[in-house]
Write a protein that binds this ligand. Structure first.
Ligand code: ATP
Ligand code: MG
Ligand code: MG
Length: 573
């Protein structure tokens, strides 16, 4: 895993700090509470919270709640939880709406300073004044030059409900000569007949992003206001407003967004997938919302490690999902225990072992890291192997189990050799394999098998096998650019994105892993463990198959596993 601080030690973020080595660093993460966070947001979280932490400062979680129509309580809760899950603690949780009174006062002040006016133009007129579609000349409207006192009265009339939406709005009086559209008399306040989840019906006017964001940054003494490059042009209006009002001016700097290809992240599109039942919900393990990554079993540390590997610059980063998965795989490789899982079990009866035979075999949780310890699995007369590891007809280039062929069972001293098998006449599926244990005579040698396969023994005393449902998840879309698909992203859905094995088995070590979980110990998961007891953070590598976690659908009667990522990159979609 990458050094979680490397992104602050070099490049863009190092330069940003050097530009203003504030005595006390304050940053903020300012989500709009109108949806679930996705993988792209984890970059913003890692940057803002990480930057503050690295420099011994603090980061606010500020809900940018100035669009009451789109906001919902559940998003406030989910956003806080995901930040904690990633291992960060907000210095304070604040709301733009906490500042509605102050913002209103400053708006009046801006009018008094003749830097704002109430305008009654329509959207179309405003567009025309800004040069229109053909970038024609820009010009002032009649309201721009109205007396300050009149604007002040009109603004109060807006506040007092005398105007319907769009009949009046407050505009900043900036500089129409400027080449930057962010200086073309932006809107500062608009009339909205919406009730706000915090301020109720107190207000019928709400401040815009352009008016609110810089001032809230200023109130909170933000030293470095880090945002994505779409806001590059906004830096000028950000600074203009702070200057015109003579308030403390934070430093805004812009980094490149993180885009991942091969999935969709927009709220509207995910909502469609959820509402039309293509997925289980916003936390379906095939999605790239943070709740989904969490459910899928991706450790928060792996996400942060991924962000660090990418580094931070002003360039937009387009990343394939395979690259993310590679990062997760690398993280899990050294941090989770290994267990044997049989997805589609067939019983193998070892004829030359006595009935009730149990040999306890010691298995380490990691082949490389003895500190992870180990556990015991029972080798018994009946063992289960995966259907895909048996063939009815042997061939020269095949090295697993087949009649007349020997194969090793992982960690069992000697190989087994299949003798015969039986089949279900209706389904044609193999129902049982019979085999012999090839334990050599005292002192004799034996031929080491070419391949070792995973297996699960059957011993009630050892609680083996542990029966589970295994859900194997693959990419939800077939292409790298689902949106470019003819007829829309829905037509790009991969019909095989989920494969369920209802009768899978795990060796008894799963019990040990559950007792010792979480594995790895993640700071963030400790933070929220109590809040969401439904989550049991159990992850492991299923030898020769994939990384797995326990899904939240697990109950005391039925355990469900999710495939987190494969052991190797998935074959082409
Ligand atoms: P989306 O349209 O994807 O919901 P947003 O900008 O509307 O994104 P906000 O709730 O405003 O979402 O996001 C909070 C913060 O996260 C903002 O500072 C935003 O710039 C940042 N952010 C959002 N998406 C990304 C991304 N893909 N990469 C990096 N930062 C992001
Ligand atoms: Mg936004
Ligand atoms: Mg958003």
């Amino acid at each position: 895993p990458a050094d979680p601080n490397s992104m602050f030690k070099e490049g863009f973020l190092k330069a940003v700090h050097a530009e203003r080595p504030a005595e006390r660093v304050f940053t903020r993460f300012p989500p709009e509470p109108n949806g679930y966070l996705h993988i792209g947001h984890s970059k913003a979280i890692a940057i803002n919270f990480g930057f503050a932490r690295y420099h011994g400062g603090d980061c606010y979680l500020r809900f940018d709640d100035t669009n009451p129509e789109a906001e919902e309580e559940k998003y406030f809760v989910a956003i806080r939880e995901m930040i904690e899950w990633l291992g960060f603690k907000p210095y304070k949780v604040t709301y733009s709406s906490d500042n509605f009174d102050k913002l209103y006062e400053l708006a009046e002040e801006l009018i008094r300073r003749d830097r704002a006016y109430v305008c009654h133009c329509s959207d179309t007129e405003v567009k025309q004044q800004r040069g229109g579609e053909n970038h024609g000349p820009r010009y002032a409207c009649v309201h721009r030059s109205r007396p300050t006192e009149e604007s002040l009265q009109e603004f109060r009339a807006m506040r007092d409900g005398k105007y319907k939406p769009r009949e009046a709005f407050l505009r900043m009086k900036q500089n129409l000569e400027d080449g930057n559209p962010q200086m073309w008399d932006l809107s500062a306040y608009r009339v909205l007949n919406a009730s706000h989840h915090r301020t109720g019906d107190k207000w019928c006017i709400y401040p815009t992003y352009d008016f609110t964001h810089c001032l809230c940054d200023s109130f909170e003494n933000i030293s470095h206001s880090l945002c994505t490059t779409e806001f590059q042009l906004s830096r000028v209006s950000y600074e203009w407003l702070c200057d015109e009002l003579d308030v403390y001016k934070p430093m805004q700097r812009e980094y490149g967004r993180l885009n991942v290809t091969g999935t969709v992240l927009s709220k509207r599109k995910i909502a469609k997938l959820v509402n039309e039942h293509y997925v289980r919900g916003w936390d379906d393990p095939r999605l790239y919302t943070l709740v989904a990554l969490r459910r899928r079993g991706v450790p928060p540390g792996a996400i942060l490690s991924f962000i660090n590997e990418l580094g931070v610059s002003t360039a937009l980063t387009n990343i394939q999902l395979a690259r993310f998965e590679q990062s997760v795989r690398r993280y899990l490789e050294t941090t989770v225990p290994r267990l044997m899982v049989v997805l589609d079990p067939i019983p193998v009866v070892i004829e030359n072992l006595p009935d009730g035979y149990v040999e306890e075999v010691e298995v380490p949780f990691s082949p490389k890291d003895p500190s992870m310890g180990g556990h015991v699995v029972p080798f018994t007369k009946v063992v289960y192997v995966d259907r895909s590891d048996f063939r009815e007809i042997d061939s020269k280039d095949y090295f697993r189990l087949a009649p007349g062929k020997s194969v090793g069972l992982l960690k069992v001293p000697y190989p087994i050799k299949a003798t015969t098998f039986s089949k279900d006449p209706t389904t044609g599926l193999v129902t049982e394999v019979r085999a012999v244990y090839e334990k050599p005579e005292e002192g004799a040698t034996f031929k080491k098998p070419k391949t070792y396969i995973q297996w699960v023994g059957s011993s009630e005393k050892h609680h083996s096998p542990v029966k589970v449902e295994a859900r194997m998840f693959y990419s939800l879309f077939r292409s790298e650019n689902p949106d470019a698909t003819e007829g829309g992203f829905i037509n790009d859905i991969n019909p095989d994105s989920e494969q369920i094995f209802p009768n899978a088995m795990v060796e008894t070590g799963l019990d040990d892993v559950r007792k010792r979980a979480p594995w790895p110990q993640e700071e963030g998961e400790k933070n929220i463990a109590n809040k969401d007891a439904g989550y049991e953070t159990v992850r492991f590598q299923g030898l020769r198959i994939a990384y797995f976690c326990l899904d939240k659908d697990s109950t005391s009667d039925k355990l469900v596993l999710n495939r987190i990522v494969g052991l190797k990159e998935d074959a082409a979609k």
